[in-house]
Design a binder for this molecule. Structure first.
Ligand SMILES: Cc1ncc(COP(=O)(O)O)c(C=O)c1O
Length: 394
């Protein structure tokens, strides 16, 4: 008697995440949490803005019935309208409520989108370094994930993407600001990508959907502006959540927005709505839909993350690490001082520092630090970072 071999295999392949987590727990119980410097998880350390608590209290005290009821699978109309209004402004493209489907976070949204567009054996281009769940999500819906390497500086390599397209290519997932690199893809490269896919469509009739996974789109630094994917390519969907910008990851609330310029947007929206239902999500959490509809434009204080980024970058550069300064999100992806990133992460562990090896993101030779942590973690870890690089290289 056994569970599915495939799942056993996947769990084995993903087991380093669990090992990391377990080693962290063990260290914390042995040494006390304050002695451990945990950069392993992208769990925001900032509490949600006060507006969230106030909106929840208002909602709970509102005695009108029905707020916990089933609803249309795509979500509450007023919430979809609020999101559409806010997206219309951000993207300078007019969206209506019908083009927004509320989902259980970005993870739920990605699964709903992939289920809607993939036939068995269809290929999905995934850019490395990548968010570790993408390949599992693609496989959930009988697709095949095909890895494409970004440039050395983690920018888009449109030539490599073009070389990776074949007649089975159905979609690409991009993630900007990026987990783990912090990179924001610039407007010219996104426009080039759009042009490439439009040329393919004109030449052969093949439509490649662009799924833009954007849970960090509000976490950007130094006044950088995120280019609009809707402006770059009509067959695009924005998939995002309030997990990071409102610090609500446990509440599972996000959405998929379909480009109104997509010729078959109605059919795609119907497919997304149906898949939200048959994947068993049914609809995104009702209370959270009521909350976020009132909180468009509200977000955590991004300058806090920018300050943490600057402190971490300054300290690590002083210790001799090399890295590309993140433009957004809350991850730093430095080069491992030795080629074996797993070995180096173990060296960090001896200093009570928890990090994730780059191989977990399809990019060996690097390691990831999530800096959505308290300041004391960054300050307290610096001595250990200095000792680890010395230990590894002498
Ligand atoms: C790149 C990326 N996509 C999607 C997700 C999933 O986010 P959510 O909590 O909205 O499902 C995460 C979470 O860390 C992420 O880093």
């Amino acid at each position: 008697m056994s569970i599915a071999n495939k799942i056993k295999d996947y769990m084995e392949r993903a087991s380093w995440i669990r090992k990391m987590f377990e080693q962290g727990l063990e260290l914390k119980s042995r040494l006390g949490a304050e002695k451990v410097f945990d950069f392993s998880l992208g769990n925001p350390n900032l509490e949600p803005p006060d507006e969230v608590r106030k909106a929840i209290l208002r909602l709970i005290n509102d005695e009108r019935p029905g707020k916990h009821a089933y609803m249309p699978n795509a979500g509450l109309r007023e919430t979809r309208q609020a999101v559409a209004n806010s997206l219309s402004q951000d993207h300078a493209v007019k969206l209506t409520w019908e083009q927004v489907i509320m989902t259980c976070g970005a993870g739920g949204g990605l699964n709903v989108a992939l289920k809607t567009i993939l036939d068995p054996g269809d290929e999905v281009l995934v850019l490395s370094p990548y968010f570790v769940e993408y390949l599992f999500y693609v496989d959930n819906h009988n697709g095949i994930g095909k890895l494409i390497k970004n440039n050395e500086d983690f920018t888009l390599n449109v030539g490599a993407i073009e070389a990776g397209v074949n007649p089975r290519t159905k979609a690409i997932i991009i993630n900007s600001p990026n987990n783990p690199s912090g990179r924001i893809y610039d407007e010219p490269s996104l426009k080039n990508l759009g042009k490439l896919f439009e040329t393919i469509q004109k030449r052969s009739g093949q439509t490649i959907y662009l799924l833009s996974d954007e849970p960090y789109s509000k976490l950007v630094y130094d006044g950088v502006k995120i280019p609009s994917i809707f402006q770059a390519y009509p067959y695009s969907m924005v998939i995002t959540s309030y997990s990071k910008d409102l610090s609500l990851p446990g509440e599972r609330i996000g959405y998929v927005a379909v480009n109104p310029g997509m010729e078959n947007w109605k059919q795609v929206v119907d497919g997304l709505t149906f898949c939200n239902r048959i994947l068993g999500f049914v609809n995104a959490p009702a209370l959270m839909q009521h909350i976020v509809s009132k909180l468009q434009g509200v977000q955590v204080d991004v300058s806090e993350y920018q300050r943490k980024r600057d402190n971490l970058c300054r300290g690590l550069a002083g210790a001799g690490y090399s890295f590309i300064k993140p433009e957004g999100a809350f991850y730093l992806f430095p080069k491992s001082p030795i080629p074996d990133d797993v070995l180096f992460v173990n060296t960090l562990l001896q200093e009570n520092i928890l990090a994730v090896p780059g191989m977990g993101f399809g990019t060996p030779g690097y390691f990831r630090l999530a800096y959505c942590v308290e300041d004391r973690v960054i300050e307290g870890a610096m001595e250990g970072f200095r000792r680890a690089v010395k230990k590894a290289t002498t």
